[in-house]
Design a protein around this ligand. Structure first.
Ligand code: 13P
Length: 317
């Protein structure tokens, strides 16, 4: 397809999505890691916490969650009466996959008398085993609200858990899981980029390895990093998180420069989550048209999983 034909096709597709959205009484939510044109079409964009908070307030009967499976599942658990669609049902999460419910149940059994905190990047079955769900936005503040001598299991992200242990001086028991995108950032390239850009600040997601976090000026969720880049007087940032966030950063601060931190093995300059990028405009159109793929969570699991999510939302007010 020639460039002008591609542009016309893209515009027609976007118009079709808007029309179908209206026709089906749907609302579109997108995570900051989605491709730019999906973020631009969405009614709401946000980090994992914001998407869960927003889902609960919506009046529409159909929610299209442009993100990965656990995000759709969280929305479905919070809004069981609604239809929750995801553009690609194979959009999973390496971190969620690193913690299978049977193994996590055994880990909990082997360490009795612990409060179980689970990162939102988990399956509904893991959430059902959990006392409080957390996201990268609220994990630190929720841990700080627990008694100082509380024994805590934190799963599944060892990097986020380790970061909280260092900041709070706690000794939470960590599940040994990680996000394949955030683990891949190259420390050598970060040092080179810092040397070449001494005027830049480093923004990092807490799923990054310890050494990257130690070299960062700001550590936080996608929403926190975005807000910081908008409010800071600094004009240049090295960004250590999934490349989708650059879209909103560049859009809201066109006068600032955002340099994506590359992964260790890469010929390209950025770091994409292949799962997040499975969602496309075509698949968004098709899921609206067909009412499929829809997220389903069995009632027993959902009734257990909703409690730690509700507890998180309550503790985040
Ligand atoms: P946020 O809490 O910033 O949305 O992070 C979600 C995530 O999946 C990071 O990999």
């Amino acid at each position: 397809m020639k460039a002008d034909e591609k542009a016309t096709y893209g515009e027609e597709l976007k118009e079709e999505i808007k029309r179908l959205k209206k026709e089906k009484g749907a609302v579109i939510l997108a995570h900051y890691y989605q491709q730019g044109d999906i973020q631009d079409l969405a009614d709401f964009i946000g980090d994992s916490l914001a998407l869960a908070q927003i889902a609960r307030t919506l009046k529409e009967d159909v929610i299209v969650l442009c993100g990965v499976h656990f995000m759709g599942e969280t929305a479905k658990i919070l809004c069981p009466e609604k239809t929750v669609l995801v553009p690609d049902e194979n959009a999973g999460c390496s971190l969620a996959d690193s913690c299978q419910a049977d193994d996590f149940a055994k880990f909990i059994k082997d360490h009795p008398d612990h409060t179980v905190l689970s990162y939102v990047n988990t399956s509904a079955a893991v959430k059902a085993l959990t006392d409080i769900v957390v996201t990268s936005s609220n994990a630190l503040s929720i841990v700080n609200k627990l008694p100082e001598d509380a024994k805590i299991i934190f799963g599944p992200d060892r990097n986020l858990g380790g970061y909280i242990n260092r900041i709070t001086g706690r000794d939470m028991l960590l599940w040994n899981g990680a996000c394949h995108v955030h683990e891949q950032f190259s420390v050598e390239k970060l040092i080179e980029l810092k040397k070449a850009n001494p005027d830049a600040e480093v923004l990092a997601h807490p799923e990054c390895k310890k050494v990257v976090l130690m070299l960062a000026d700001v550590v936080g969720s996608t929403a926190k990093l975005l807000k910081y880049s908008q409010e800071s007087d600094c004009k240049k940032f090295i960004v250590a998180t999934e490349s989708g966030i650059l879209h909103e950063m560049r859009k809201s601060c066109p006068d600032k420069e955002f340099i994506p931190l590359p992964p260790t093995d890469s010929t390209c300059g950025c770091n994409d989550c292949s799962y997040m990028k499975l969602n496309t405009l075509e698949k968004l159109r098709d899921c609206l048209k067909n009412g499929y793929p829809a997220i389903e969570v069995d009632a027993e699991t959902a009734s257990k999983a909703v409690k730690p999510i509700e507890r998180m939302l309550e503790m985040s007010k």
